[in-house]
Design a protein around this ligand. Structure first.
Ligand SMILES: [Zn+2]
Ligand SMILES: [Zn+2]
Length: 197
Protein backbone atom coordinates (compact mmCIF):
# COMPACT_ATOMS: atom_id res chain seq x y z
CA UNK A 1 0.00 0.00 0.00
CA UNK A 2 2.73 2.40 1.00
CA UNK A 3 4.78 1.30 -1.99
CA UNK A 4 1.82 1.86 -4.31
CA UNK A 5 1.33 5.35 -2.98
CA UNK A 6 5.02 6.09 -3.41
CA UNK A 7 4.84 4.86 -7.00
CA UNK A 8 1.82 7.06 -7.71
CA UNK A 9 3.59 10.12 -6.31
CA UNK A 10 6.61 9.33 -8.46
CA UNK A 11 4.43 8.91 -11.59
CA UNK A 12 2.72 12.22 -10.89
CA UNK A 13 6.12 13.85 -10.43
CA UNK A 14 7.34 12.50 -13.79
CA UNK A 15 4.20 13.72 -15.58
CA UNK A 16 4.74 17.18 -14.05
CA UNK A 17 8.38 17.00 -15.12
CA UNK A 18 7.41 16.27 -18.73
CA UNK A 19 4.88 19.10 -18.79
CA UNK A 20 7.39 21.58 -17.40
CA UNK A 21 10.46 20.53 -19.35
CA UNK A 22 9.45 18.97 -22.64
CA UNK A 23 8.42 21.62 -25.06
CA UNK A 24 6.53 20.24 -28.03
CA UNK A 25 7.73 21.49 -31.39
CA UNK A 26 6.14 19.81 -34.38
CA UNK A 27 9.25 20.10 -36.60
CA UNK A 28 11.43 18.47 -33.93
CA UNK A 29 8.95 15.66 -33.36
CA UNK A 30 8.41 15.07 -37.07
CA UNK A 31 12.15 14.71 -37.55
CA UNK A 32 12.25 11.47 -35.55
CA UNK A 33 9.83 9.68 -37.90
CA UNK A 34 11.96 7.22 -39.93
CA UNK A 35 12.91 8.57 -43.34
CA UNK A 36 11.88 5.40 -45.16
CA UNK A 37 8.39 5.76 -43.70
CA UNK A 38 8.13 9.32 -45.04
CA UNK A 39 9.22 7.95 -48.42
CA UNK A 40 6.58 5.24 -48.20
CA UNK A 41 3.92 7.85 -47.38
CA UNK A 42 4.80 9.82 -50.52
CA UNK A 43 4.91 6.61 -52.60
CA UNK A 44 1.47 5.64 -51.33
CA UNK A 45 0.09 9.00 -52.46
CA UNK A 46 1.67 8.69 -55.91
CA UNK A 47 0.42 5.12 -56.36
CA UNK A 48 -3.07 6.29 -55.37
CA UNK A 49 -2.98 8.96 -58.07
CA UNK A 50 -1.81 6.46 -60.70
CA UNK A 51 -4.57 4.03 -59.72
CA UNK A 52 -7.08 6.89 -59.96
CA UNK A 53 -5.89 7.67 -63.51
CA UNK A 54 -6.21 4.00 -64.47
CA UNK A 55 -9.70 3.68 -63.00
CA UNK A 56 -10.71 6.82 -64.90
CA UNK A 57 -9.16 5.42 -68.09
CA UNK A 58 -11.18 2.20 -67.93
CA UNK A 59 -14.39 3.61 -66.43
CA UNK A 60 -14.50 7.21 -67.65
CA UNK A 61 -18.24 7.56 -67.02
CA UNK A 62 -18.44 6.12 -63.53
CA UNK A 63 -15.22 7.72 -62.34
CA UNK A 64 -14.68 11.29 -63.55
CA UNK A 65 -10.99 12.17 -63.26
CA UNK A 66 -11.37 14.84 -60.55
CA UNK A 67 -13.49 12.55 -58.40
CA UNK A 68 -11.20 9.53 -58.77
CA UNK A 69 -8.12 11.60 -57.93
CA UNK A 70 -9.85 13.26 -55.00
CA UNK A 71 -10.95 9.96 -53.47
CA UNK A 72 -7.47 8.49 -53.98
CA UNK A 73 -5.81 11.54 -52.42
CA UNK A 74 -8.09 11.51 -49.36
CA UNK A 75 -7.59 7.78 -48.84
CA UNK A 76 -3.81 8.00 -49.21
CA UNK A 77 -3.51 11.03 -46.91
CA UNK A 78 -5.61 9.31 -44.26
CA UNK A 79 -3.48 6.17 -44.41
CA UNK A 80 -0.29 8.29 -44.42
CA UNK A 81 -1.35 10.11 -41.28
CA UNK A 82 -1.71 6.82 -39.40
CA UNK A 83 1.52 5.39 -40.83
CA UNK A 84 3.59 8.42 -39.84
CA UNK A 85 2.00 8.52 -36.41
CA UNK A 86 2.80 4.85 -35.76
CA UNK A 87 6.36 5.51 -36.92
CA UNK A 88 6.58 8.43 -34.52
CA UNK A 89 5.40 6.37 -31.54
CA UNK A 90 7.88 3.63 -32.44
CA UNK A 91 10.86 6.00 -32.47
CA UNK A 92 9.64 8.09 -29.56
CA UNK A 93 9.28 4.99 -27.35
CA UNK A 94 12.74 3.86 -28.39
CA UNK A 95 14.46 7.16 -27.51
CA UNK A 96 12.69 7.14 -24.14
CA UNK A 97 14.06 3.69 -23.36
CA UNK A 98 10.63 2.02 -23.55
CA UNK A 99 9.69 -1.22 -25.32
CA UNK A 100 9.11 0.27 -28.78
CA UNK A 101 7.70 -2.88 -30.42
CA UNK A 102 5.17 -3.42 -27.65
CA UNK A 103 4.03 0.21 -27.66
CA UNK A 104 3.75 0.42 -31.43
CA UNK A 105 1.54 -2.69 -31.44
CA UNK A 106 -0.58 -1.33 -28.58
CA UNK A 107 -1.10 1.98 -30.35
CA UNK A 108 -2.02 0.22 -33.60
CA UNK A 109 -4.32 -2.45 -32.22
CA UNK A 110 -6.01 -1.08 -29.10
CA UNK A 111 -9.21 0.46 -30.50
CA UNK A 112 -10.78 3.92 -30.03
CA UNK A 113 -7.33 5.52 -29.63
CA UNK A 114 -7.17 4.15 -26.07
CA UNK A 115 -3.66 2.82 -26.77
CA UNK A 116 -2.60 6.27 -27.97
CA UNK A 117 -3.97 8.01 -24.88
CA UNK A 118 -2.31 5.51 -22.54
CA UNK A 119 0.97 5.91 -24.41
CA UNK A 120 1.05 9.68 -24.04
CA UNK A 121 0.14 9.45 -20.36
CA UNK A 122 2.73 6.91 -19.31
CA UNK A 123 5.67 7.55 -21.64
CA UNK A 124 8.99 8.05 -19.93
CA UNK A 125 10.48 11.56 -19.75
CA UNK A 126 13.20 12.33 -22.26
CA UNK A 127 16.76 12.15 -21.08
CA UNK A 128 18.30 15.52 -20.42
CA UNK A 129 21.81 16.90 -20.06
CA UNK A 130 23.35 17.10 -16.58
CA UNK A 131 24.27 20.75 -15.95
CA UNK A 132 27.35 19.58 -14.09
CA UNK A 133 29.05 17.35 -16.64
CA UNK A 134 26.84 17.28 -19.80
CA UNK A 135 26.16 13.53 -19.41
CA UNK A 136 22.71 12.20 -20.38
CA UNK A 137 20.62 11.64 -17.28
CA UNK A 138 17.08 10.46 -16.61
CA UNK A 139 14.40 12.47 -14.82
CA UNK A 140 14.12 9.49 -12.46
CA UNK A 141 17.65 10.06 -11.14
CA UNK A 142 18.31 11.82 -7.85
CA UNK A 143 22.00 12.26 -8.55
CA UNK A 144 24.08 12.34 -11.72
CA UNK A 145 25.77 8.92 -12.01
CA UNK A 146 28.73 10.57 -13.68
CA UNK A 147 29.52 13.60 -11.51
CA UNK A 148 27.33 13.06 -8.40
CA UNK A 149 25.54 16.41 -8.89
CA UNK A 150 22.29 16.62 -6.91
CA UNK A 151 19.66 16.61 -9.66
CA UNK A 152 16.73 17.10 -7.29
CA UNK A 153 17.79 19.74 -4.77
CA UNK A 154 15.67 19.84 -1.64
CA UNK A 155 15.21 22.27 1.20
CA UNK A 156 17.60 21.48 4.06
CA UNK A 157 14.91 22.47 6.57
CA UNK A 158 11.72 20.68 5.39
CA UNK A 159 13.20 18.30 2.78
CA UNK A 160 10.71 19.36 0.08
CA UNK A 161 12.00 19.48 -3.48
CA UNK A 162 12.89 23.03 -4.55
CA UNK A 163 14.12 24.72 -7.70
CA UNK A 164 17.71 25.82 -7.94
CA UNK A 165 16.76 29.47 -8.54
CA UNK A 166 14.48 29.63 -5.48
CA UNK A 167 15.95 32.04 -2.95
CA UNK A 168 13.63 30.86 -0.19
CA UNK A 169 11.93 27.51 0.28
CA UNK A 170 8.34 27.88 -1.03
CA UNK A 171 7.13 25.50 1.71
CA UNK A 172 8.83 26.70 4.89
CA UNK A 173 10.53 30.01 3.92
CA UNK A 174 14.00 28.72 4.80
CA UNK A 175 16.69 30.80 3.08
CA UNK A 176 18.24 28.66 0.37
CA UNK A 177 20.92 30.97 -1.05
CA UNK A 178 23.33 28.87 -3.12
CA UNK A 179 23.23 25.77 -1.01
CA UNK A 180 21.49 23.81 -3.77
CA UNK A 181 22.81 22.69 -7.13
CA UNK A 182 21.62 24.27 -10.38
CA UNK A 183 18.37 22.99 -11.85
CA UNK A 184 18.91 20.72 -14.87
CA UNK A 185 17.56 22.10 -18.13
CA UNK A 186 15.91 20.21 -20.93
CA UNK A 187 17.21 21.32 -24.30
CA UNK A 188 14.06 22.43 -26.15
CA UNK A 189 12.29 19.07 -25.98
CA UNK A 190 14.70 17.51 -28.42
CA UNK A 191 15.89 13.96 -28.18
CA UNK A 192 19.17 13.88 -26.30
CA UNK A 193 19.97 10.50 -27.74
CA UNK A 194 19.72 10.72 -31.50
CA UNK A 195 17.57 7.90 -32.90
CA UNK A 196 19.42 5.50 -35.21
CA UNK A 197 18.61 6.18 -38.86
ZN1 LIG B 1 26.83 15.10 -14.14
ZN1 LIG C 1 11.69 24.12 3.25
Amino acid sequence: MVDQKKQLTESARLIRWRMAHERFRFADEFRIVPRWLKGLAIALFVVGQVVAQLVHFFEPRQAPLAMAMGVAAATALGADLFLLFFGYVNRDAERRGMNSTLWTLLVIFVPYLIGVIIYFLVREPLLYICPGCRANVSARFNFCPNCKLNLRPSCPQCKQEVRSDDKYCPYCAEELATKTSPQPEQVKGQAMIQPAE
